[in-house]
Design a protein around this ligand. Structure first.
Ligand SMILES: CC(C)(COP(=O)(O)OP(=O)(O)OC[C@H]1O[C@@H](n2cnc3c(N)ncnc32)[C@H](O)[C@@H]1OP(=O)(O)O)[C@@H](O)C(=O)NCCC(=O)NCCS
Length: 173
């Protein structure tokens, strides 16, 4: 299991746009996600991330690497409709220089703890591309169940074959 102590998560805040630019403005980072976002898209996303906690429809966090003290990634969960009910979707991202050290896995483990403690929705879903081995490994390791593969349009107009992973936040085992 990932080492939760290797990282901490802090609420996304004003001033975190430069981190978003490193994560979602970088073509290499967005290979599986339809390409880099434009400056306007990033500014709009920054506002969404700052406000989501107040709206009560999820939480976005930055992942801080405890060893260096640097903010190196994002992780969070947000409401979506799936199978006729409101569920959480989760997603994560870590800058290239800090990948391969268990940081995304540890940050996601902390976010699952937070969503479970909230007790709002039973199910959390993740939809990584079938071509994204680390993200699929994170789902498997953290106890998600693989339900199916499906084509999603993300972003709109960009079809992508994704795995549908589900975690039962109310399970007690
Ligand atoms: C996906 C991403 C967040 C992974 O970040 P990371 O911090 O390097 O991930 P971790 O070090 O926590 O590794 C996660 C798991 O993937 C495994 N892994 C890493 N690289 C792998 C590879 N090339 N092939 C297979 N497994 C791999 C690790 O061994 C680990 O497995 P474990 O949980 O069973 O130990 C990062 O690559 C990224 O930001 N990519 C671009 C954005 C993106 O694709 N986001 C995900 C959208 S769903």
């Amino acid at each position: 299991m990932p080492d939760r102590n290797a990282v901490r998560i802090e609420s996304w805040a004003a001033g975190d746009l430069p981190l978003l630019e490193l994560l979602l403005g970088d073509p290499a980072m967005m290979e599986h996600l339809g390409g880099p976002e434009s400056r306007d898209q990033l500014v709009e996303r920054q506002q969404r991330y700052e406000q989501i906690g107040d709206l009560g429809t999820g939480r976005m966090f930055k992942i801080i690497d405890e060893a260096s003290g640097e903010a190196v990634g994002s992780v969070g969960y947000w409401d979506r409709e799936w199978g006729g009910e409101t569920v959480y979707e989760t997603g994560w991202s870590v800058i290239p220089a800090f990948q391969g050290r268990g940081i995304a896995g540890a940050g996601t483990a902390l976010v699952i703890d937070a969503a479970r403690a909230e007790g709002t929705h039973r199910f959390m879903y993740a939809y990584p591309s079938v071509d994204n081995p680390p993200s699929n490994a994170i789902c498997r390791t953290l106890g998600f169940t693989l339900l199916e593969a499906r084509v999603f349009e993300y972003p709109p107009g960009h079809p992508m074959q994704c795995n549908v992973w589900r975690l039962d936040l109310f399970a007690t085992d």
